[in-house]
Design a protein around this ligand. Structure first.
Ligand code: ADP
Ligand code: ZN
Ligand code: ZN
Length: 740
């Protein structure tokens, strides 16, 4: 018997080995082995088994097996090989993205005792007061509870429970404390669920599909608060009952502790949370437990799509339009939504892409009949859509003679009104820091990062300027303009810290929390803040786009968007779509409970179609406008895109290299269009000059993208496998989420 072994070296090339007789019965795909490579023994993974080999050279034998049970299954291996090919990454690099770094790490989770009362024990001594009291309490609950939570009833509850168990009055159970809870999920929330007619219908569509065990993709388009999460849970339950497993993807697990909590409540120890904050060893441990079938459900961010579950029946991608699903770097630059679809194909699973604001791609796939469509047009429980007001900030400035102010009068009034009514407020401002730019009043020169073509942002706490791309920090603020030496340099623009200052001065008695990248980096525990907000301790929640989605707080009745225009004029084909989605989603945080909500959007571009449609909550209208635009300009979803980007420290070397690359574009197939080379929008980042060529392929001539795929590969191959010399790098981005 022979095996193909893949080694985690940069190429991850696959090599054939012989399996010695004594290991034959144990060898299987996904097991790690030690095998000789030159004169060393190296760890690799068995990726296929066969009876014969066509390898002609001297074939060597596997030395030993590392695992008892496989750390990979063949379906996952097919996915990894697809990933490598589709995103043009060496197999090894693709495998690294999928597998935890150090699978050999040892880790044992702490364990915890659970206890439950039973009957028929031997009589307890009359003076064993705590035993009697505890037993009385346990009999009332009559289900397993963690012994550590019984401190109220006995000073050392575990000892007392042990005694009760010895005497036959209690059952004790030791269970590992899973490494995933702390900070990433709310306490399990139990609630009674009665599905609405829409939900029932959605569920029956999903269940029928899951019963069929064939790949079927769905777009679940449900307005904010329509009860999508309850549907995920019920569909997952259906899968588990059929002994299938489930992957639940969330764009950013730390920001959605509520959803994780709801899954925990529903499935308890059957759920693993998979996220970047797990330690390496906890990750390896969780991986192995998933392999051995201990978990039925994996809830996690992007990389959870690679969880080695067997018998996968359902994959849900929540907020599928989120760009957090796209890995930016390192390679492979995969999109978890696309990987989810491929994984669904491999497993014959049901894949649900869900959102209140679907991506243009998924929306178009539904229009074209490629995805089955489920629509939930109403909020659950009769909650009304919020009323949206747009404040024209140009008019506001003229009337108040305050230019560049943060709050309009109407937003201030409404905030005060909610505070008076003991309701809560969510304020969105998609710009962190204090002031985004330091500008010379005389010549207009802006302080830029020395490493990037990006303006430095002023941060008030600590008084420094920082680049939000490379984190370059400048502690001595310039006292005069670099260009004209004028001393008239001023901070301008508005960041969340400035908004916070203004809030504190306007509403000194309200408790305010600011959630943004800076706050989190300086130790803010986001799930704690969200918990406090949900309990009403915090009245005003201010944050960047982090707080715009997925949160469900019944008492938040006002959402204010300080600057609805942020990002509107970025030179990217998705700029409008993103602004629309952000406003629409943020509005969806308002009025989710009994009390109707309101939304205030401040804008300097009232007439803009994005602002108009978003504030009218008219999704269909905007999506039609947007699709027309994309079609006219031949952008996705009407075309496939591959972006080739050359990076380097030396500007002219970058220019020359990309020009050489461009010269290789010959015999361009019909339907493929080449843009560039041109400098990227941010022409220098982290000391690297960046130029790009964008290849677009019309779907009309290239329905599944295969043509573009073959063509760009041929170009790169002819360019010596894309290897550039002299510190230059070529980055291949397949289906980029932005062209900035
Ligand atoms: P979405 O994910 O679509 O934004 P959620 O699933 O968070 O919506 O639902 C909004 C609120 O309504 C949540 O508090 C949820 O628990 C509740 N809810 C939704 N459907 C039901 C149901 N059938 N029975 C009880 N509560 C429900
Ligand atoms: Zn100047
Ligand atoms: Zn920088």
């Amino acid at each position: 018997m022979f095996a193909d072994i893949s080694f985690p070296i940069s190429s991850y090339q696959v090599f054939s080995y012989k399996i010695p007789d004594q290991l034959k019965s144990k060898a299987s795909i996904g097991l790690r082995v030690m095998a000789p490579v030159r004169n060393r023994k190296v760890q690799g993974i068995i990726v296929s088994l066969k009876d014969t080999t066509d390898f002609k050279g001297n074939i060597r034998e596997i030395d030993s097996l590392v695992d008892e049970s496989p750390v990979l299954n063949d379906q996952l291996w097919s996915l990894i090989t697809w990933l490598a090919d589709y995103y043009n990454t060496p197999l090894g690099v693709a495998a690294k993205a999928a597998l935890p770094a150090n699978l050999s790490a040892t880790y044992e989770p702490r364990s915890q005792f659970y206890v439950k009362a039973k009957t028929g024990g031997i009589p307890l001594a009359a003076n064993a007061k705590s035993q009697i009291a505890l037993l009385a309490h346990l009999s009332k609950i009559n289900e397993f509870v963690p012994a550590s939570t019984l401190g109220e009833h006995a000073s050392s509850p575990i000892d007392v429970c042990r005694k009760l168990a010895e005497k036959g009055w209690a059952e004790l159970l030791e269970k590992p404390v899973l490494p995933d809870l702390a900070g990433f999920s709310f306490n399990p929330i139990h609630k009674k669920v009665r599905f609405t007619e829409y939900q029932e219908k959605a569920l029956s569509q999903l269940k029928t599909s899951m019963d069929g065990s064939e790949f079927s993709p769905f777009l679940l388009h449900g307005v904010t608060g329509s009860g999508k999460t309850e549907i995920y849970i019920e569909a997952a339950r259906h899968g588990i009952n059929q002994n299938k497993s489930v992957i639940m993807l969330l764009p950013e697990i730390a920001l959605t502790p509520q959803i994780a909590g709801r899954f925990k409540a529903a499935f308890g120890d059957d759920v693993a949370l998979w996220h970047s904050k797990l330690s390496q060893s906890a990750r390896a441990w969780t991986w192995k437990k998933i392999c051995s079938g201990d978990y039925k459900v994996v809830v996690g961010a992007r990389s959870a799509i690679f969880a080695p579950l067997k018998n996968l029946g359902l994959v849900v991608v929540d907020e599928e339009q989120e760009s957090a699903y796209k890995q930016d770097s390192p390679d492979p630059r995969y999109h978890a939504r696309d990987v989810a679809l491929m994984r669904g194909k491999i497993h014959g699973a049901t894949v649900v892409l869900a959102s209140a604001t679907p991506s243009m791609e998924s929306y178009y796939n539904h229009i074209n009949g490629k995805f089955e469509y489920i629509h939930l047009p109403e909020r659950f429980g009769g909650a009304k859509y919020p009323q949206v007001h747009v404040v024209d900030m140009i008019k506001e400035s003229e009337e108040t003679e305050v230019y560049g102010g943060i709050f309009s009068r109407s937003l201030l009034d409404k905030i005060q009104d909610r505070l008076d009514k003991k309701e809560q407020i969510i304020l969105l401002h998609n710009r962190r820091g204090y002031a985004p730019v330091l500008r010379c009043d005389d010549c207009g020169e802006v302080s830029m990062c020395p490493h990037c073509q990006v303006a430095l942002t002023f941060h008030k706490n600590g008084k420094f300027l920082q680049c939000h791309f490379c984190n370059h920090t400048q502690r001595n603020l310039p006292n005069k303009c670099r260009e004209c030496h004028s001393i008239n340099i001023k901070l301008s623009g508005i960041g969340t810290q400035k908004v916070e200052d203004e809030l504190i001065s306007k509403f000194p008695d309200a408790s305010i929390a600011r959630v943004d990248g800076d706050a989190i980096r300086s130790g803010l525990n986001i799930s704690e803040v969200l918990q406090q907000f949900s309990e009403g301790e915090i009245k005003i929640l201010l944050g960047t786009q982090m707080i715009a989605k997925g949160l469900d707080f019944a008492n938040a009745t006002l959402v204010g968007i300080i600057n609805g225009d942020t990002g509107l004029y970025l030179p990217d084909f998705r700029a409008g779509e993103k602004v629309f989605q952000l406003i629409y989603q943020a509005a969806g945080r308002s009025g989710r409970g009994r009390i109707p909500g309101e939304v205030v959007v401040q804008s300097y571009n009232q007439e803009n179609a994005v602002i108009q449609c978003a504030t009218q909550l008219d999704l269909k209208k905007y999506y039609n406008i947007c699709l027309d635009e994309r079609q006219a300009l031949n952008y996705p979803p009407f075309s496939w895109i591959v972006r080739l980007e050359v990076h380097g420290k030396n500007k002219s070397a970058v220019e020359n290299a990309i020009q050489r690359l461009k010269n290789r574009f010959k015999n361009i197939p019909k339907g493929i269009e080449i843009l560039g080379p041109a400098y990227c929008y941010r022409e220098r980042l982290r000391d690297q000059y960046r130029m790009q060529i964008v290849m677009k392929s019309k779907k009309e001539y290239d329905p599944n993208g295969g043509k573009l795929h073959a063509y760009y590969k041929s170009i790169i191959k002819s360019n010596n496998g894309a290897k550039l010399k002299g510190g230059l790098r070529l980055i291949v981005d397949v289906n980029p989420v932005s062209l900035l």
